[in-house]
Write a protein that binds this ligand. Structure first.
Ligand SMILES: Cc1ncc(COP(=O)(O)O)c(C=O)c1O
Length: 342
């Protein structure tokens, strides 16, 4: 089936740049190292979800839903971007979020409030089952009050949403031509990985794909991703009868979802110091840390091009603060004393 006939609404600035990262490549010993800048998709500070939402919300609009409810963790990028897109499309937005307690709305949560999303916060849990249960109960309440709500699963990872990354692989195929490229990306709810695997199979020649888990076990990622690929193939009659290529998943580069860890902080520092590049601590820094380790173990081939898919997550950076004094590079001068020449 030709994907151009599937309903799609423009929400992202595409194509995103495929940037050569020479300094970081040199540091890692990879000559052809690229970063696919999906942090620059544009929608409400960007990220991978814009691609999924172009398809997912087009189908929500076509079906006549007037409200979207979706779920995520406290710093969910998916929730922030869905809220922004819904405002743009005139759809009401409700968010079920969960995780640790908080006293200030910062980062993505601040932006959820900025878009005036109605939020129900499950204090103390960001388990999928708890959040989905809360979403379904809210959905029933909304139906009883005469609304027509669509409950969007975690991460927008549905067969329709998967098309966003199938199309992203078409985009990469127009930006670089090479057999045996290796693609590296972080994995959460698996919709991005499913699209990358399916799209690489259609549009790229023999690409190797490596997903780095930020939360789930390897087994759970294989199961969810393969299921999503099968459902997408069936629904849109893609690659019927073909065996989908293999992909590798590593689940040893995180502790608990959303928790910041030292290897990710170190990897973020390397990105900042070599490329002036920002990676977030929940997704992209963990994937970078995993990627660095896989290079040191000889698992990444250094002789063929490597593409790191930067999936965004920028607002989470601003959920953190550094206390004055903790950063030695910043010194305060008294303006009064400075003027008087002391
Ligand atoms: C910045 C960022 N990177 C990666 C992912 C993972 O994408 P997926 O949920 O499709 O696996 C997410 C998901 O929320 C994200 O926000």
């Amino acid at each position: 089936m030709d994907l151009t006939s599937v309903p799609r609404i423009k929400l992202a600035n595409l194509p995103t740049p495929l940037e050569r990262a020479e300094q970081l490549g040199k540091y890692l010993g990879i000559e052809q190292f690229y970063i696919k800048r999906d942090d620059l998709t544009g929608l409400a500070l960007g990220g991978n979800k814009a691609r999924k939402l172009e398809f997912e919300l087009a189908s929500v609009k076509a079906a006549g839903f007037d409200t979207v409810i979706t779920v995520g963790g406290q710093q969910s990028n998916h929730a922030r971007m869905t809220a922004a897109a819904c405002r743009k499309l005139g759809i009401d937005i409700k968010l079920v979020l969960g995780g640790e307690d908080f006293s200030e709305l910062k980062g993505n949560l601040l932006l959820d409030a900025f878009f005036e999303a109605e939020i129900r916060y499950l204090n103390g849990s960001d388990e999928d089952a708890d959040l989905e249960n809360m979403m379904n109960r809210w959905k029933s309440e909304l139906i009883d009050s005469g609304k027509n709500p669509y409950a969007m699963p975690l991460g927008g990872s549905t067969p329709t949403g998967v098309l966003g990354y199938v199309e992203a692989m078409r985009e990469i195929g127009t930006q670089i031509k090479h057999k045996n490229m290796q693609l590296i990306l972080p994995v959460g709810s698996c919709g991005t990985l499913a699209g990358v695997v399916l799209g690489a199979d259609i549009f790229l020649e023999e690409a190797g794909i490596i997903g780095i888990s930020v939360s789930r076990t390897k087994e759970s990622i294989y199961e969810r991703t393969r299921k999503l690929i099968d459902e997408t193939k069936k629904k849109f009659r893609l690659r019927e009868g073909y065996k989908i290529q293999d992909f590798d998943v590593y689940d040893n580069y995180h502790e608990v979802y959303a928790r910041h860890i030292k290897p990710a902080k170190d990897a973020a520092r390397v990105c900042a110091m070599t490329e002036g590049l920002i990676v977030d601590q929940v997704y992209t820094a963990k994937a970078m840390a995993g990627f660095f380790d896989l290079i040191s173990k000889g698992i990444i081939r250094k002789e063929s091009p490597v593409i790191f898919i930067h999936t965004g997550g920028m607002p989470e950076i601003f959920a953190e603060t550094i206390k004055y004094g903790e950063y030695q590079g910043c010194v305060k001068f008294s303006a009064k004393e400075y003027r008087s020449g002391k």
